[in-house]
Write a protein that binds this ligand. Sequence first.
Ligand SMILES: [Zn+2]
Length: 345
Amino acid sequence: MIFLWQQSDWHRLTRYRNKLHHSLLINGQPGIGKREFSFELCQYLLCSEVSEQDNRPCGQCQNCRLFNAGTHPDFHVLTSELESAEGRLSLLTDYSNRYLDSKEREKKTKYSRVISVDQVRGLIERFSTHAHISAMRVALILPADCMNINAANALLKLLEEPPSDSILVLVTATPSHLPATIRSRCMTQTLTTPDKKSALAWLAQHLPEPQIDIALTLANGGPLEARRLFETGFLQHHQNCLNGFAGLAAKQVTPIDLAGQLDKLEFGQLLVWFHRFVAELVKFCVTGVKPYWMESIRIDTQKVSVERLYGLYDRISYYRRITRGPVNEQLALEDLVLAFQRIVV
Ligand SMILES: [Zn+2]
C-alpha cells in the first residue's frame, strides 16, 4: 500500500516503469511508510498487468497473487533477524525468512540487527539464474544500513555488474550510514514526510485521541513511528523516562539505578528518545524555547554547558550507529546516564 502523502513520490518514481534504474535507494525519515511504499513498488515491478488507470499493481495476475501470498519466486528480501522477528509487515517476515536461519534464531535471546554477508551471498547466487515467472527479478534490502561492511562490499559487486532484468531496491532512513560506493551506484528517491495535519488525520484512525499529539512529537513527525511507539508501549514509558531523569537531576536516583530501569526498554527506541531529549535541552539552553517536559524536570540551565550537551548528543549518535553490531546495552546506558549526570548535577 501507499499512503496519501506518497502519491506524488509514487508518480515520480513510476512514470517510466521500463526505464527505472537497476538500483534504487529509497530514503526518508523514520516512520513515514518506507516499508509499505517499497513493497508496493516491488509488487508493481513484478506485476504483469499493471493497471493503466492508476499505474498500480493489478492485484489479480499470477505475479500479484504469489507476491501477496509471500511465495513469489522472483522476489527476494534481506533484512535483519530483529526486523524479521518484529513482524511489522507480514510479507517482510515471510520473504526474509528464506535468507535467515530460523533454527539458529530460536536459540537466541537477542536478535541480530545485522544483515550479514551470507545473506548477500545467498542473494547473489539466486540472482545468477533467470527469473522464474516474472519478467524480472526484484530484491529488497531493508534497512540497507543494517548491512555490515562485509555485506556491503559483497553487494557492491552486484551493483557494479547488475544482472539483466533485475532491480535492487535499498531502503534506509540513514543513507549516510551506507558506504559512498554503494550510494553512488543507486538512483536516490527521498520519500515525503507528511505535513502535521495529514499525519494527525492518519493517526486519528489508529490511536486514542489524547495520545496523538505527543506520539507524533516523539516520533519527530513520522506517523507510522508514532503508532509504533504506542503499540510497543514506549509511549507509556516516556513519562517514566522523564521521571527517571528528573530523579537523577534532583539526586534522588543513582545513575546505575536509572540505567537499570532504562535497560528494560527497547534499546534502539530509547536512544532515539534520548537523542531528542538532549536536542530539546540544547535548544532550550540556546534559544530559551521551553520543551513541553520542562515542567517535570528541574534543571538549572545556567549551570549547563551547551558544549558538553553537544558532546553527549554525539555520544548518543555513536551508540545509535554501533547498535548494528554486538553492543553491551547495559554498559552503554550507564555510560550515557553518567555523562548526563555530569552535565546537569
Ligand atoms: Zn498484477
